[in-house]
Write a protein that binds this ligand. Structure first.
Ligand code: IPM
Ligand code: MN
Length: 356
């Protein structure tokens, strides 16, 4: 018997369950072909559960999630729930309490996928964003005074700790070394205005950089980073940045790699439990129609396999998904793929099966 991994599955809201089902299908095929298995425990969390019971993330569930080998998440977000409740209560709560201090978001344009960036192709768009995932503006520091009056004051502070910044930067250098491509790490910040926070980031970046003489270091302000991501995406290999900037530039990244249908991310605690998710939301208007693209969820599964150390299985998932993108699906949009959600999962699982 090969290794068995315990995976906690949070299908979540909207189309989350549909894409998660395809992720599981593909993961099982890859596991079977590589002599290990995945044991899934499903947890019913999200908007529907909250509306029914008032429960967001019960402590006993959190406790169980903290004991899994990894967490596989579909989508969180419900049109009838006020914004912030589920995002903060489930997604951010898990990222913070499991200390998933890295949000790893590959931006890779596969062959056969359209990018809105003129004259750029797969050779130009292939980089990784390492986003700090537990601090910054997301830390929840601040408050308000005299709310609702004309004297209202609202303060939202960005928390940056030396430890938090350093571990993120160190991870990014390691990631750059492991990728072994251009070996260039770009710090994305705003040192010309945010002179406290990004001074800490910049000093730490160059200090840690001394330990990585094989990695070229570069710096770009966040606004310029957005410009270069469109104008010269080939300049990037690995980008490291804070939580808020990372959130913003990875939506741009998702668009230049072909859209939310393909963009995946990992919330990683290198010493603990990590959580993998498609970047796109719950897409409630497509729920239950079987027309949403599951590739982002499947690629989230691929990242999960990589993080579990199952590199061969991960490579097979990526290869099979790349083949489907290259040969089978011409348009990635929901309802435009020419295949149903589950047919796309079947195709990818089928290619993994054929290969071995
Ligand atoms: C993301 C999302 C989340 C974030 C939201 C839903 C809280 O936009 O994963 O990028 O801002 O981190
Ligand atoms: Mn986001």
């Amino acid at each position: 018997m090969g290794k068995e991994y315990h995976i906690a599955v949070l299908p979540g809201d909207g189309t989350g369950p549909e894409v998660v089902a395809e992720g599981v299908k593909v993961l099982d095929m890859a596991a079977g072909k590589n002599g290990f298995s995945l044991k899934y425990t499903y947890y019913d969390l999200g908007g529907d559960k909250y509306l029914e019971t008032g429960e967001i993330l019960p402590d006993d569930v959190k406790e169980k999630l903290s004991k899994a080998d990894a967490i596989f998440l579909g989508a969180i977000g419900h049109p009838d729930v006020q914004p912030g409740i589920l995002e903060k209560g489930i997604l951010l709560n898990l990222r913070f309490s499991l200390d998933q201090y890295i949000n790893l978001r590959p931006v890779k344009l596969y062959d056969g996928v359209d990018t809105p960036v003129k004259d750029k192709g797969p050779a130009d768009i292939d980089f990784v964003v390492v986003r700090e995932n537990t601090e910054g503006l997301y830390a929840g520091a601040g408050g308000c005074l005299k709310q609702g009056t004309e004297d209202e004051v609202a303060v939202q502070e960005s928390i940056n700790t030396r430890k938090g910044v350093e571990r993120c930067i160190r991870y990014a250098f390691e990631c750059c070394r492991k990728r072994d491509r251009a070996k260039k790490l770009t710090l994305c910040g705003k040192t010309n205005v945010l002179t406290f926070a990004f001074d800490l980031w910049e000093r730490t970046f160059y200090e840690v950089g001394k330990e990585y003489p094989d990695i070229e270091t570069d710096y770009a302000h966040v606004d310029a980073t957005c410009m270069w991501m469109v104008k010269n995406p080939e300049w990037f290999d690995v980008i490291v940045t804070d939580n808020m900037f990372g959130d913003i530039i990875t939506d741009l990244g998702a668009m230049i790699q072909g859209g939310m249908g393909v963009a995946a991310g990992g919330n990683i605690n290198p010493e603990g439990v990590s959580m993998f998710e498609p970047i796109g939301g719950s897409a409630p208007k497509y729920t239950g129609q079987g027309i949403i693209n599951p590739i982002a969820a499947i690629m989230a599964g691929q990242l999960m396999l990589e993080t579990l150390g199952e590199d061969q299985a991960a490579a097979q998932v990526e290869e099979a998904a790349a083949k489907v993108l290259r040969e089978d699906i011409k348009d990635l949009g929901a309802g435009k793929m020419g295949y149903s959600t589950s047919e796309v999962g079947d195709l990818i699982a089928g290619y993994i099966n054929d290969k071995l």
